[in-house]
Design a protein around this ligand. Structure first.
Ligand code: C5P
Ligand code: ZN
Length: 447
């Protein structure tokens, strides 16, 4: 194994170049904003290197996804934003593979034809220093330095993974500074407000979620009336001093809701605009909405620069946000509480994880992590998503470890990060799962 990420990326780039350009490169990535951006970076880099490619965006490459890959007889597969947790299955595919991951890994050693570049194996913090997309960017620039123009796309992935909470750090920071210096990005300080009108922007704001305002048209109208702003005004037509008033009002809403300092700091902060005109977090929101609302390839087409799909993607985003708002409405009544955790049931596992994240940051107190459970009787499975906060992580919370341990003990799969993780277990194991998780969480947070 090389000692630094740059060397490891060069080594992996050589492995890719050993494949003749007559062969197709297979790319497998995660279906969230970071994973889609990572796939965008890789598809572009591989295409520029003269290869045809085929890409899949997977939730997690469980058995079904892997069966498909096995039957394809690929020469080389690049896994991004996933792979380290599935190392054994990847080894069983028997082909060459490059893993570019920042989630918790199972082991450092791999079989000879596999290069595992996991951020955590190289002294970087996979939660905040480098994401699936920024790691893919490092690989892409090792393949060809001219791929540096993909920095904005990669950083959109990192911000989509909430890596900029508490400030931009590590390799993300190096990539950001370089991109600013080379003019791929420009910097501005403001709040996240986007939409056709100011009323629209506030209505669909889910991250930040403004309790008592987001998703509530009448409340928004009252607020805007007090500030003497017509709801139909476009955001760019609002004078700067009025924008300042809106920002102060929104910040006050979040403080009143008891949001943690790091969340407040994320609200009004430096933002980065890519040369096509999109702000990184705004673009990441669009990718996330496409991925989690059943339009994965639409998200990827945006990353590949297909401007004709923006309008459709924005409609998908509105629809997705409405689903989140509906899920958040009345959520508190559906929450169960044990000693170490809170949990609720959701019909849709992808939305459940996002709702758990929003509720953790903007609705509930900071004392316990929140779990979303989705029972899928047809597949005889239960999907679990869980989200914590930085305060709990400082206390010892490691959701990725809990999911990996408990799901593993019950014959399922699990893993992720300290602050956000997921698992899949058999349908009948729910009660046992909850009991075991509770015990582990209590001991983590005491320790
Ligand atoms: O599925 P969900 O979005 O809740 O997953 C949260 C995080 O945990 C993601 O980063 C995901 O990749 C990771 N995860 C994992 N292994 C699983 C399920 C989720 O590493 N089996
Ligand atoms: Zn990621």
């Amino acid at each position: 194994m090389s000692e630094d990420i740059t060397g490891a990326c060069q080594d992996a780039a050589s492995l890719l170049r050993s494949v003749p350009t007559t062969k197709r490169i297979r790319i497998v990535s995660h279906y969230d904003a970071d994973g889609i951006a990572a796939a965008g970076v890789l598809c572009t880099a591989v295409y520029r290197a003269g290869y045809a490619f085929q890409t899949s965006l997977m939730r997690n490459p469980f058995t079904k996804g892997f069966d498909r890959l096995k039957n394809e007889r690929n020469e080389l597969i690049v896994f991004s934003d996933m792979g380290s947790g599935q190392l054994e299955t990847i080894e069983s595919l028997g082909c060459k593979a490059i893993i570019l991951d920042h989630h918790q890994y199972l082991r450092a050693q791999t079989s000879q034809n596999i290069r595992q570049i996991n951020a955590n194996l190289f002294g970087a913090d996979g939660n905040y220093d480098v994401s699936g997309a920024t790691l893919s960017y490092l690989f892409a620039t090792a393949l060809n330095p001219a791929n540096e123009d993909l920095a904005a796309l990669a950083l959109a992935g990192a911000t989509g993974d909430k890596q900029f909470i508490g400030g931009v750090r590590g390799l993300n920071k190096t990539i950001l500074e370089d991109a600013l210096q080379k003019g791929f990005l420009t910097e501005q300080t403001n709040i996240k407000l986007y939409g056709d009108t100011i009323a629209d922007a506030l209505y669909y704001s889910v991250d930040p979620y403004y309790p008592g305002l987001s998703g509530k048209s009448e409340k928004i109208e009252t607020m805007l009336e007090q500030l003497r702003i017509k709801p139909t005004t476009s955001i760019q037509d609002i004078p700067p001093e009025t924008i300042t008033k809106i920002q102060s009002y929104l910040l006050f809403v979040l403080i009143k809701a008891g949001c943690q300092q790091n969340i407040l700091e994320m609200t009004i902060r430096k933002r980065y605009v890519a040369s096509p005109g999109w702000e990184l977090e705004r673009f990441a929101d669009l990718l996330d909405a496409c991925g989690k609302n059943g339009y994965r390839s639409l998200g990827l087409s945006l990353c590949l620069g297909d401007g004709s799909t923006w309008k459709e993607a924005m409609q998908v985003e509105k629809d997705y946000k409405q689903k989140l708002l509906t899920g958040l409405e009345g959520l508190e009544q559906g929450i169960h509480e044990t000693k170490g955790m809170r949990y609720f049931y959701s019909d849709n596992s992808s939305l459940g994880g996002v709702i758990a994240g929003i509720a953790t940051n903007y609705m509930l107190d900071e004392k316990k992590p929140l779990f979303s459970l989705t029972r899928k009787e047809t597949d005889n499975e239960i999907h679990i998503s869980c989200r914590g906060n930085q305060q709990l992580v400082r206390q010892g919370l490691d959701l990725g470890a809990v999911m990996k341990t408990v799901a593993g003990e019950l014959g399922g799969f699990g893993g992720g990060h300290k602050i956000a993780a997921g698992a899949t277990i058999a349908f009948g194991k729910e009660k046992e799962f909850l009991e075991k998780v509770d015990v582990l969480l209590v001991s983590q947070m005491q320790g």
